[in-house]
Design a protein around this ligand. Structure first.
Ligand code: HEC
Length: 131
């Protein structure tokens, strides 16, 4: 392989890795746009983090997902491991809107005793999809 080919190949690989990174954030930004289209926003990562850590009679999002969402969590009742929640640590996150919606519903009810608002969902996704 000559030098020129090698350089062209490494440029192509670099472009591909940039593309893969931006694709993994595309799911989160599509979901944020949908929430915004419904009238929520602007979103705040700090508010998302506060909701995550907020204690509700001994229950919080951190009970299962951990206080540091870039690390794996552990289900409070079953002990089953849960993959990290940040897009940076887990590019699968927020790529399937139906899955996200299903778990927001279930987890907000369990943790807060009510559904999360569109604003709260947007705040949490914003916090979890920081680069
Ligand atoms: C009782 C345990 C438990 C608690 C508490 C909990 N979760 Fe979860 N959560 C899970 C499990 C289990 C999954 C599904 C497994 C997975 O996606 O890795 C999940 C998945 C999710 C997903 C899906 C993400 C995606 O991939 O699209 C979101 C969003 C989520 N949780 C948000 C929250 C929020 C916000 C709270 C606090 C209000 C919370 N969770 C509290 C157990 C919990």
């Amino acid at each position: 392989m000559n030098n020129l080919t090698r350089r062209a190949l490494s440029a192509a690989l670099f472009t591909l890795s940039l593309l893969a990174t931006s694709l993994s954030y595309a799911g989160a930004s599509a979901q944020l746009q949908a929430l915004q289209a419904g009238g929520a926003g602007p979103f705040s990562a700090a508010a998302g983090e506060a909701l995550w850590l907020q204690d509700n009679n001994g229950r919080s999002c951190a009970s299962c997902h951990g206080r540091d969402p870039s690390q794996p969590g552990k289900h409070q009742k079953t002990g089953k491991p849960i993959e990290p929640m940040t897009v940076h640590a887990n590019p699968e996150r927020f790529t399937d809107a139906a899955k996200t919606e299903k778990w927001f519903l279930r987890n907000c009810r369990w943790t807060l005793g009510r559904e999360c608002s569109a604003q709260e969902k947007g705040d949490v996704i914003t916090w979890l999809s920081q680069p």
